[in-house]
Design a protein around this ligand. Structure first.
Ligand code: HEM
Length: 166
């Protein structure tokens, strides 16, 4: 069991490094394209970012999340700090999708697409990573009672979908 934990944790952290490094590098790489660049330079930035996103950064994200899900069960991390971590991981996934949107626009929209300045996306990615690392390394004791009331009690509302037949 402890060997499995070590292996999955290794895979989780190795994939995380690639994922997080990619999310920091991609906005900077995308911003390398300026108005007036020639077709060859535009194609170079576009291909480099497209292949990095689809062949490296997204597969690394999938491996990191997959190994993390296995670790939940191996380590039984059903505790409040972990749920707070998952909220920040959700934010990282949203940033991943937003950066991917810019990669796609640069490749598929007609004309000369200029990526946003990299400062804001890079700052947001770093802030979310720091928050996740702080939670996962400090594992703070968060009282379950500190969650908002609407998360702690049944809402007594019916489902939006038909109930599953019995
Ligand atoms: C869906 C995504 C993720 C899941 C399900 C997940 C789940 C987990 C679990 C269950 C552990 C084991 C915790 C323990 O041993 O007590 C872990 C460890 C870790 N995770 Fe994640 N994680 C995810 C994403 C991330 C992200 C995005 C980061 C950083 C940016 C991260 C950083 C770490 C680190 C550094 C550890 C090692 C902590 C330690 O051994 O003390 N994880 N993860």
């Amino acid at each position: 069991m402890s060997l499995a934990i070590a292996l999955f944790k290794f895979g989780h952290i190795a994939a995380l490094l690639v994922w997080c490094a990619g999310l920091i590098a991609l906005p900077i790489m995308l911003a390398q394209h300026q108005h007036g660049d020639g077709q060859a330079r535009y194609a170079r930035v576009r291909k480099f970012t497209h292949y990095s996103y689809t062949r490296l950064v997204t597969p690394a994200a999938v491996i990191a999340v997959g190994a993390g899900i296995v670790l939940i069960f191996l380590r039984s991390t059903f505790v409040p700090w972990f749920f707070a971590k998952m909220a920040f991981v959700g934010a990282l996934v949203v940033l991943h999708a937003l950066i991917g949107g810019v990669v796609i626009r640069m490749g598929e929209e007609k004309g000369d697409v200029i990526a946003p300045r990299p400062f804001l996306p890079v700052a947001l990615v770093i802030a979310v990573i720091v928050a996740i690392l702080a939670l996962v390394l400090a594992k703070p004791v968060i009282s379950p009672g500190s969650a908002p009331e609407w998360l702690q009690s049944p809402r007594n509302k019916s489902l939006l979908v038909e109930e599953v037949p019995t």
